[in-house]
Design a protein around this ligand. Structure first.
Ligand SMILES: Cc1ncc(C[n+]2csc(CCOP(=O)(O)OP(=O)(O)O)c2C)c(N)n1
Ligand SMILES: [Mg+2]
Length: 582
């Protein structure tokens, strides 16, 4: 027995079960409609665990609780689930170090506006009041100024629950706050002393749905007027595709007025069907294709450098909240904002356009014109693919094409690559939403995000595309354990160029004639040729190294069968060819 375990005092009396505050907390999660509580556990949670054990014993309905072995994993899984279902989940972490460890992923959830309820515990009496929480709360887990100090910059709101009497109200309100615009993680710390208190059960009230806000009819009318009087409008979308309703509404709007669509280079989702004749690829600027109006759809950073917005082009921003509080600096160049629920706003625009009527001949003409630009884009993809098939080594076009040919049609792809990312976005095909997900920024979150997506869509094949350097930043062992325990196998493909290629690229950009280049003496670049795939053996997963083009298809087939048998598969694909960083 370890020392800490021996220090637990025998004087703890079990609170008046089932009416203790652990039950209150579980009731608050039920009232918020939380489906999953994902935890990287700590010693503050026995009151909740008791309530969960009673929930199971009594066959009551309530959230599913799942443990995992890393904070990045807990937060990333919750984030992935929400991206698929649109529903907020709860994450329980350990105080102090647990919060610090989870901070990167929590900050990413804030940047991506993913609602999430994050909680950890604390002690308010340190064993001085008859209740012994364990000496670790005194010796190891103090945070001067309060636990919330650690996480405040990463969340939209952080607070300590004042008492057991306010626990239910605090948790429900925090959950509601997380779902208000801008959505994001909120944090609550609750003392064990509060949680162990016998408590009166609150009145059960299911939380009402978060209202969807909409722009005024006058603003919709003004934008419709601007669209109608433009020569040619363009839609530039960044982050709408997590919401399937927005994806469909965007197609309707584009078709209604023959508006071509371009996606932002760093888009986090598949936002528009690629086979559609109005899809023009990534990063097309309006003035280069003769457009004089651009509708930025959930697109917060459209220009680079930031003030390099096009001249003589009207810019209209459509977003839940266009001015992002997490950005230090932002330039949209917009002459008008439509703020409110994006899918609803797009539908309102389409309805209004239809009701005021459109010039059928002009729309036909525009559709044919932009359709020919779509054909040009398609031809450039086909050309890149042809060149890739003549390459000596495996490249992105070949890899992506082979994956999509061999895997089931409904495969979802999570992308945590760096130099390969633009090519992956370019060559992956999708006609529906939820096919492509870029992993949140900050290396190490991709495998967690992929597991969350798999958790919410267990029947789909979820493929993780990941750089070799990035693979090392991920909590792979706990992720593999989670996948095995939960029956959620992933197909992980390591795009192995044996280096941090991006660092080399950037170094050369800054010092084209520098010493590092001349002497071939780079720093922050080299990686050895590790056998990444072998990690799969920790859970008896499938592993294969793939070096030759001729082996690729079979390797993917083998991996597919392993995943179908419930085993995570890791393919270590050697891809030495340099790729420019865009
Ligand atoms: C948590 C974190 N630490 C460090 C970085 C800096 N970083 C950005 S890309 C990168 C290297 C990625 O290497 P790899 O996955 O092999 O991709 P490649 O550069 O080869 O495309 C690093 C270390 C980061 N983005 N996040
Ligand atoms: Mg690499």
């Amino acid at each position: 027995m370890n020392r800490q375990a021996m220090q637990v005092s025998p004087q703890i009396v079990e609170p008046a079960a089932p009416h203790d505050s652990g039950e209150v907390l579980l009731n608050a999660f039920r009232d918020l409609g939380i489906e999953f509580i994902i935890s990287s556990p700590g010693s503050e949670w026995p009151p909740l665990w008791e309530a969960l054990a009673r929930q199971r014993r009594d066959g009551r309905k309530g959230p599913v609780y799942i443990d995992c072995g890393h904070e990045t994993l807990a937060v990333g899984i919750a984030a992935g689930i929400t991206q698929i279902t649109g529903k907020m989940q709860a994450v329980l972490l350990h105080a102090g170090p647990g919060l610090a460890q989870g901070a990167m992923a929590i900050g990413s959830a804030r940047d991506l506006e993913i609602p999430m309820l994050v909680m950890s515990g604390e002690s308010s009496t340190y064993g001085e009041a008859g209740f012994d929480p364990g000496a670790q709360w005194y010796r190891n887990l103090s945070v001067v100024g309060g636990q919330q100090r650690i996480i405040e910059p990463m969340v939209k709101w952080a607070q300590q629950v004042p008492s057991s009497e306010t626990l239910h109200g605090c948790v429900v309100r925090a959950g509601e706050l997380a779902q208000r615009v801008p959505k994001g993680p909120v944090y609550l710390t609750v003392s064990m002393d509060s949680m162990m208190q016998p408590a009166k059960q609150p009145r059960q009230l299911a939380t009402p749905p978060t209202p969807k806000l909409r722009p005024s009819a006058a603003d919709i009318g003004a934008v419709v007027q601007a669209i109608r009087s433009a020569k040619a409008p363009l839609i530039a979308v960044h982050n709408a595709g997590a919401d399937k309703e927005a994806f469909d509404a965007l197609v309707e709007l584009a078709e209604c007025f023959a508006i071509p669509v371009t996606e932002a280079p760093g888009a986090y989702f598949s936002n528009f069907p690629k086979g559609h004749d109005l899809y023009l690829g990534t990063n097309v600027r309006p003035e280069t294709i003769g457009c004089d109006l651009v509708l930025l759809v959930e697109n917060a950073t459209p220009w680079y450098p930031p003030s390099n917005f096009p001249e003589d082009v009207a810019i209209i921003s459509i977003s839940d909240n266009a001015l992002k509080g997490h950005l230090v600096y932002q330039q949209l160049g917009a002459s008008q904002y439509l703020e409110g629920h994006v899918a609803s706003t797009l539908k309102l625009l389409t309805e209004e356009l239809r009701s005021v009527g459109t010039d059928v001949d002009e729309i036909k003409r525009r559709r044919t014109h932009f359709g020919s630009l779509h054909e040009t884009w398609l031809a450039s993809i086909a050309d890149a693919r042809k060149r890739a098939s003549g390459n000596k080594s495996i490249t992105v076009p070949l890899l992506v094409q082979t994956l999509q040919r061999v895997l089931p049609d409904d495969a979802a792809f999570v992308d945590e690559t760096i130099v390969h990312r633009p090519l992956i976005r370019e060559h992956l095909e999708w006609e529906k939403p939820h096919v492509y997900f870029r992993s949140p920024t900050g290396l190490g979150q991709g495998v967690a995000y992929a597991l969350g997506i798999k958790q919410a869509a267990p029947d789909r094949t979820v493929v993780m595309l990941i750089g070799d350097g990035t693979f090392m930043y991920n909590p792979i062992v706990p992720a593999l354990a989670y996948a095995a325990e939960q029956g959620l196998p992933l197909l992980i493909v390591v795009l192995n160029n044996k280096k941090y290629a991006v660092m080399e690229e950037l170094h050369n950009r800054f010092y084209p004639n520098g010493t590092a280049r001349k002497e071939d003496d780079y720093y922050g670049v080299h990686l050895q040729d590790n056998h990444y795939e072998r990690v799969a053996s920790v859970v008896d997963g499938f592993s294969q190294r793939v070096e030759e083009i001729s082996d690729l298809e079979n390797a993917i087939r083998n991996a597919r069968s392993a995943v179908a048998d419930g085993r995570t598969a890791i393919l270590n694909v050697i891809m030495p060819e340099p790729v420019p960083f865009k």
